[in-house]
Design a binder for this molecule. Structure first.
Ligand code: SF4
Length: 343
């Protein structure tokens, strides 16, 4: 980890033009010291849009009755794992709306064991929201090694504005701690450009990531969904894009060893946004592998791209900016490896 102050982060966040390019270069240099020019792919699979929560910003919140709900069978999931594997990708991210019932827990265990039986080398990241420490342990033992749980904002005040009363900031932080105790590579992230979010909140997000000593991060611009109650004055798209890229470079400078995703939301807000994310210091891309029939129904926000880019497109796109996609690699977070070697 590099020592970085709140003031330095604030300078990065407000930079534009030449000064911004210089911070991007500093972020790329920081990453090159760790892993020269590598980009890692994760095949993204959204297995269900059924969710028990009602987050105010989310298109699949339980009270959005306009959303057709779906889930995916273990057989279909293993077919997707085969597609991912055949593209040379050795890592999957499996995402779902949040459920905490016994059937769901058992289903996830069966799914993990099923994938691991066929592809024991496949690294699996889960993104299934808040669960109990025991359930996190069960998923880990069944074969998941990585878990992504976004804090969405490290400001407790803002967190409470965008979540229903029954969800608590403290519990979200406790969940992140439980994940670490269970042995996962732990990822989190935030939305950038939320109504009411201040530059200081974003600077604090970077410090939060560092204090939590995370292994991976996925953050992107806030994109509102029409079937949600979340309104408010939004900063314009170009400004949200600039801030998102600056958040990536600030985090890369602060934490050179972690994995940082160039998220789908970046590409949604600006075609080519994913490439810009890598140029700002990101090193992970998550191509969409969800079955075609379900893609339109997993819209956390509107305008999300539905095409399934082949890994070869991404390889060429990354080569054009001097980066190399490492197919056949699980892309374990270098930060996690260091953390483990110190234990
Ligand atoms: S953000 Fe996650 S937990 Fe909240 S409503 Fe959406 S899917 Fe559910």
């Amino acid at each position: 980890m590099t020592s970085i102050s709140r003031n330095e982060i604030a300078d990065i966040l407000k930079s534009r033009g030449q000064e911004q390019e210089e911070f991007f270069q500093r972020a790329r240099d920081a990453y090159r010291e760790v892993d020269p020019g590598s980009v890692y792919l994760r095949g993204l699979l959204e297995i269900s849009n059924i969710c028990v929560n009602d987050c105010l910003y989310c298109g699949i919140r339980k009270s959005n009755s306009s959303m057709e709900r779906y889930d995916t069978s273990v057989v279909e999931i293993i077919e997707v794992a085969a597609n991912v594997w055949n593209c040379g990708i050795r890592s999957m991210v499996i995402q779902s709306g949040e459920r905490r019932d016994k059937n769901f827990t058992e289903f996830i265990e069966d799914m993990l064991k099923g994938i691991k039986a066929v592809y024991p080398e496949m690294a699996i990241t889960l993104s299934l929201g808040e669960q109990s420490p025991e359930v996190y342990r069960r998923f880990f033992e069944a074969g998941a090694g990585r878990y992504l749980l976004r804090i969405e904002t490290s400001s407790k005040k803002l967190y409470e504005k965008i979540h229903p009363e029954e969800m608590s900031y403290e519990n979200r932080v406790r969940c992140l701690e439980s994940l670490r105790e269970a042995g996962y590579q732990v990822g989190t992230g935030v939305m950038i450009g939320l109504p009411g979010q201040r530059a200081e909140d974003l600077a604090d997000d970077i410090l939060f990531f560092r204090n939590m000593d995370i292994d991976m991060c996925g953050m992107g611009p806030f994109i509102p969904h029409g079937h949600t109650p979340m309104g408010g004055a939004l900063i314009d798209e170009q400004e949200r894009l600039a801030l998102s890229l600056n958040m990536i470079s600030a985090l890369r400078i602060a934490m050179p060893f972690i994995n940082i995703a160039a998220t789908t939301a970046l590409e949604t807000i600006s075609p080519g946004g994913r490439k810009l994310g890598v140029l700002a210091g990101a090193n992970v891309i998550m191509p969409q592998f969800s079955p075609e029939k379900n893609r339109g129904n997993y819209k956390l926000y509107e305008g999300k791209p539905e095409r399934c880019p082949l890994s070869s497109d991404i390889v060429e796109e990354m080569r054009s900016i001097g980066m190399e996609v490492r197919l056949e690699s699980t892309g374990t977070s270098a930060h996690y490896k260091r953390r483990k070697s110190c234990q």
